[in-house]
Design a protein around this ligand. Sequence first.
Ligand SMILES: [Fe+2]
Ligand SMILES: [Fe+2]
Length: 173
Amino acid sequence: MKINKQVEEVLNKQINAEFWSAYLYLSMSAYFETRALKGFANWMKIQYQEELTHAIKIFDYINNRGGVVKLEAIPDVPVKWNSILDVFQETYDHECKVTAGINNCYETALAQKDHAAANMLQWFIDEQSEEEANVLQIIDQLNLIGQENGQAIYHLDKELGTRVFVDSTQPTA
Ligand SMILES: [Fe+2]
Ligand SMILES: [Fe+2]
């Protein structure tokens, strides 16, 4: 059965939101580069890569279901933040908005009785919980060590520098 048209519409919007997220995190990565925080910059660049895979997962899904992908312009993203904590707070707030978008897609799929789409969206629901938890953990760490604690920030930067990209949209062997 071809994808439901209303589901197609909200999924196309979600593709745009995922690309915007990718842009946001790439901009945050550049901000950290300007502050010589290479590890934070690395973490955000991987976040950027993850968001691209999310967009492509939905892109492939629409195509596989005989739908029409509609790629829209990606709005500008911020370029400056006041602090490291500020960046992660914005990341968390943004992820909550993305979660709301995913929930809306899921509810639309259910309302339109497109159970295949609802099933696909389950993956995103789990992914969002994980992402929110990861960001909250970093916020907790930042609050614990304090903004001015250079040595602790240095160590956290080293830790975030070890993050490597894993495409979680692909099945693991
Ligand atoms: Fe995402
Ligand atoms: Fe995300």
